[in-house]
Design a protein around this ligand. Structure first.
Ligand code: NI
Length: 206
C-alpha cells in the first residue's frame, strides 16, 4: 500500500495509509521508542530511520553517522517541487528561527532530493540554504535514495515524462525528527504550523 502521498499540485494527501490512520505521531513515536532502534517492527508501527550514504552538491559523501550528536531532521522532496516542498521548508524555517541559539546549534536538517537527475551540484547545495542555513541538500543514486526512503517509510512517484526536464514527483511530505543517537523521536507534516513544529521540536530537544 502506498502511504499518504501528496500531489504537489493539490497540496493534500491523496492516499491515507493504514499506519497513519491507526497511529498518530505521538503514539507512533512512543511505540518506536519502546520497540527500540534496529527492531524491525512492533505490530503495525515500523521503526523509522536507518543508515544512509548520500552525497551533497560538492560530491562529499555523508552518512547517518556523521550526524550523531545532533537532532537530525529529515525531509524527502525535490527542488522543482511547485508547492509542497517550499511550504514544508518555509514553515520549518520559521520554526527553526524561533529556537534558542543553544537549541539551534544542536539541530541539522537534511533535504533529501529524490530527483538526482535535476538536483545536483550548486542547485542541490543552495536550495535548502535559501530557506535556512541549517538545511543542507543531499541526494544519491536511485538505489541509495530508495534505500533511505524505505528506511524512513517515505514514498514518491514520478508524474509526467521523465525523459524530458519537465515532470513532477508526487511524494510523502513528512519531517522526521531523529534524536542525537539516531533514533526516531517525532514527526510532522508540511501542514503543521510553525508554532506546532516549534512545540514538537521544543518537546524533544533537551
Ligand atoms: Ni515537494
Amino acid at each position: 500500500m502506498i502511504g499518504n502521498i501528496v500531489n504537489p499540485k493539490k497540496d493534500k494527501p491523496i492516499f491515507a495509509s493504514r499506519r497513519n490512520l491507526l497511529f498518530g505521531g505521538g503514539v507512533l513515536a512512543a511505540l518506536a521508542a519502546f520497540a527500540g532502534w534496529r527492531i524491525a517492527t512492533t505490530g503495525d508501527a515500523p521503526v523509522i530511520g536507518g543508515p544512509f550514504n548520500l552525497v551533497d552538491g560538492k560530491g562529499k559523501r555523508w552518512t547517518d553517522s556523521d550526524f550523531l550528536g545532533k537532532y537530525l531532521l529529515v525531509y524527502f522532496g525535490y527542488t522543482f517541487c511547485p508547492d509542497v516542498c517550499p511550504t514544508a521548508l518555509g514553515e520549518l524555517s520559521a520554526a527553526l528561527d524561533r529556537l534558542t541559539a543553544e537549541q539551534t546549534a544542536q539541530v541539522q536538517v537534511v533535504f533529501i532530493s529524490v530527483d538526482p537527475k535535476r538536483d545536483f551540484g550548486e542547485r542541490l547545495d543552495e536550495y535548502g540554504k535559501a530557506f535556512h542555513d541549517k538545511i543542507m541538500g543531499l541526494s544519491g543514486t536511485r538505489e541509495e535514495i530508495d534505500a533511505v526512503a524505505a528506511a524512513y517509510g517515505a514514498k514518491y512517484r514520478f508524474a509526467g515524462d521523465t525523459s524530458t526536464e519537465d515532470y513532477a514527483i508526487d511524494h510523502t511530505s513528512i519531517i522526521y525528527v531523529m534524536g542525537k543517537d539516531g533514533r526516531f523521536l517525532t514527526q510532522f507534516t508540511h501542514n503543521a504550523t510553525p508554532e506546532q513544529m516549534l512545540a514538537k521540536l521544543e518537546s524533544v530537544i533537551k
